[in-house]
Design a binder for this molecule. Structure first.
Ligand code: CP
Ligand code: NVA
Length: 320
């Protein structure tokens, strides 16, 4: 029998994660360390989620999130049920409360991709099992846990990182802001004036940053990114938003080109949660350059989510 020892106990057991800031800095640290342990070798955790079941409830399409969860949970010996809600939003056939109160009778956790953050808070209110946000209109915490792992793998210290966000101040941007705020780096958020991050989440970020000294520069100047460790961009039009030629035109100055990466610096990483719209927010030459770590980010989705789920399900000390 191999014994795996994890330095901290599962303070996360039975908790929900709707935003990254539902985790403390220490809990994120523990999660990243466990993700690294898993990535090295899943063998000791092969039965960690035996007899446990996770419901994946998706109102929007997914490649990375769905596949990394299904394969990841299988690697831990657990099972998943995928509920496809792309045709009928949760809450249409019966209330969100009743929906959750059924699912909790069978499932050990609900991992949900929804249009409205409110759907998650409503599920959390009525359901005793952990709810994990797999992307909503306001946040994408699973993505940013994987990105934090990727940044560290590329030698970047989360407490002193300098990140540049270019484009739409969207769900992924909000979660990245929370990571920066929790760890204490500096983030430049460069967006058109009418696509800034949501004011309420900016305020929450400021509260978190007051404890760590993290700094934020909100600007419409796409050139304010010199000397950063990583340039991060995302789709100009997120799922659920209507396609808009006007918005895309206003985003053009924020397109990540070779000139952008030169300005950022030769050691700057290029990051994107994917799917990428090549020729819109980023050019092929950047996506496919040695500075691009986008597929590392995608790979790390599985390890970061598995580390989180093991803790939420109280199975992180599993030994086999
Ligand atoms: N990054 C991400 O969440 O990808 P999917 O939409 O394919 O799940
Ligand atoms: N901001 C994008 C992220 C996709 C993973 C969206 O919400 O569509």
């Amino acid at each position: 029998m191999t014994t795996i020892s994890i330095s901290q106990s599962s303070s996360l057991a039975r908790r929900s994660v709707l935003t990254l800031a539902d985790l403390s800095r220490e809990e994120i640290r523990t999660t990243l360390d466990l993700a690294k342990t898993l990535k090295r070798d899943y063998t000791p955790f092969a039965d960690a989620l035996k007899q446990r079941a996770v419901v994946l409830l998706f109102e929007k399409p997914s490649l990375r999130t769905r596949v990394s969860l299904e394969i990841g949970i299988a690697k831990l010996g657990g099972s998943c049920v995928y509920l496809d809600h792309q045709g009928s939003p949760i809450g249409q056939r019966e209330t969100i409360a009743d929906y959750g109160r059924n699912l909790e009778r069978w499932a050990d956790a609900l991992v949900c991709r929804v249009f409205h953050h409110h759907t998650l808070t409503e599920l959390q209110r009525w359901t005793k099992v952990p709810i994990v946000n797999a992307l909503c209109d306001a946040h994408h915490p699973c993505q940013i846990l994987a990105d934090a792992l990727t940044l560290e793998e590329h030698g970047i210290d989360l407490s002193s990182m300098r990140l540049a966000w270019l484009g739409d101040g969207n769900n992924v941007c909000h979660s990245l802001m929370q990571l920066t705020a929790l760890f204490g780096g500096h983030m430049v958020v460069a967006t058109p004036d009418d696509c800034k991050p949501d004011a309420a989440w900016v305020a929450r970020t400021s509260e978190l940053a007051s404890a760590t000294g993290a700094r934020f520069t909100y600007t419409s100047d796409a050139k304010a990114i010199a000397g950063c460790d990583a340039v991060y961009t995302d789709a100009w039009i997120s799922m659920g938003q209507s396609d808009s030629a006007t918005k895309k035109a206003s985003m053009l100055p924020y397109q990540v080109t070779d000139a952008t990466m030169k300005l950022a610096g030769q050691n700057a990483l290029f990051m994107h949660c994917l799917p990428a719209h090549r020729g819109e927010e980023v050019l092929d030459s950047v996506m496919d350059s040695p500075q691009s770590v986008v597929f590392d980010q995608a790979e790390n989705r599985m390890h970061a989510q598995n580390a989180l789920l093991l803790q939420l399900l109280g199975a992180d000390k599993h030994a086999s």
